[in-house]
Ligand binder design. Structure first.
Ligand code: TRP
Length: 335
């Protein structure tokens, strides 16, 4: 855990707003687990971000706990990484407020996710939704992160993080490490099965999303129903969004290249291909689900882990926060 060999720092988080999806797994969690070998990793449950959209308290609490179990089942190892709850580390909210004062309205107005979310939640466009990227900047900058694995849809927030950090460093002196976003190419974006031009989303209610806890039957059925084209050939090509997506999923799990997949399914129809994709997905998730059940049965273990992780995170975060407080000129009567 000690950063003695100056390992690079990685920070990332997912909102515990529901059950995580196959997209979260292939695009994020699985890579996070790999990164633990080479980096000093902080993996957070971004629960402060979650309340920008109304939650049912009892469900929200439960989702948070389940998401922690899913992190563990996906291979996040608390011996190697710091796994923590954002709401247990007050420095996130504290730094976010300071950074709010160093972020321009114009910058926030340009955020496409805000524009998108405010059309989807028209009756509830709250201030938190608007300043969401600033909280995200605080998450990242508190840990002096070098690398931030994110989906492509978050790159604009990362750009804002860098701009705000650079602005702050210039106004005072070197305070924040300037982080870099890391999107991985395969599996970076798993699309919806029913609308393959849209990202696979936790909040989608239809059959377009495979959840990490879906049973084999459900997985097979959703993939069988996945929208495809009428060309009938398993081949990666522009415009074949549905097939491209299934090929990406198959490739991410089996490690096979698109060329390999094309030869494997040459002369076969979409039915055969979908059945094969269904099998590998169900198999991969099945292994994970047994781990998940094992963790879910040990509530005390997960709770202890979250407490310890959040304490460790707080220690690091507080150091950055006190630097910031000093630089902006807050009076400290204890000094
Ligand atoms: N906004 C991210 C998402 O919705 C989640 C997130 C919150 C995050 N804080 C972060 C990701 C910090 C990376 C780093 O996907």
């Amino acid at each position: 855990m000690e950063n003695t060999v100056a390992k690079k720092v990685v920070l990332s988080g997912i909102q515990p707003s529901g059950t995580l999806t196959l997209g979260n797994y292939l695009g994020a969690l699985r890579n996070w687990a790999q990164m633990q070998e080479d980096y000093l990793c902080y993996y957070m449950l971004a629960d402060l971000h979650t309340i920008t959209v109304r939650q049912v308290p009892a469900e929200f609490r439960q989702n948070c706990f389940k998401t922690a179990a899913i992190y563990l089942a996906a291979g996040i190892d608390p011996q190697k990484s710091t796994l923590f709850l954002q709401s247990m580390v007050p420095a996130h909210s504290q730094l976010a407020w300071v950074l709010d004062c160093y972020t321009m309205m114009g910058e926030l107005n340009r955020m496409t996710q805000f524009k998108d979310k405010s059309t989807r939640h028209e009756d509830h466009i709250n201030g938190g939704l608007y300043t969401y990227p600033v909280l995200m900047a605080a998450d990242i900058l508190l840990y002096q992160a070098d690398l931030v694995p994110v989906g492509k849809d978050q790159l604009q927030h990362l750009e804002l993080t860098r701009d705000v950090a650079i602005r702050f460093n210039h106004a005072y002196s070197e305070t924040f490490k300037i982080p870099r976003g890391l999107t991985n190419e395969t599996g970076a974006k798993i699309m919806s099965l029913s609308e393959p031009t849209k990202k696979m989303s936790k909040s989608e209610m239809g059959d377009g999303t495979i959840f990490m806890l879906d049973s084999k039957d459900v997985v097979m059925r959703k993939i069988r129903k996945a929208v495809t084209d009428s060309d009938g050939e398993v081949r990666y090509a522009e415009g074949k969004h549905g097939i491209n997506n299934l090929m990406s999923i198959y490739s991410a799990i089996t490690g096979k290249s698109f060329d390999d997949i094309e030869s494997e399914f040459a002369g076969k129809g979409y039915g055969d291909f979908k059945a094969a994709v269904g099998e590998v997905v169900a198999d991969e998730l099945g292994k994970l689900q047994s781990e998940y059940e094992r963790y879910m049965a040990d509530k005390a273990y997960i709770n202890q882990l979250l407490i310890e992780g959040s304490e460790r995170a707080s220690y690091v975060a507080r150091k950055t926060l006190s630097k910031v407080y000093r630089k902006v000129g807050f009076y400290d009567p204890t000094k």
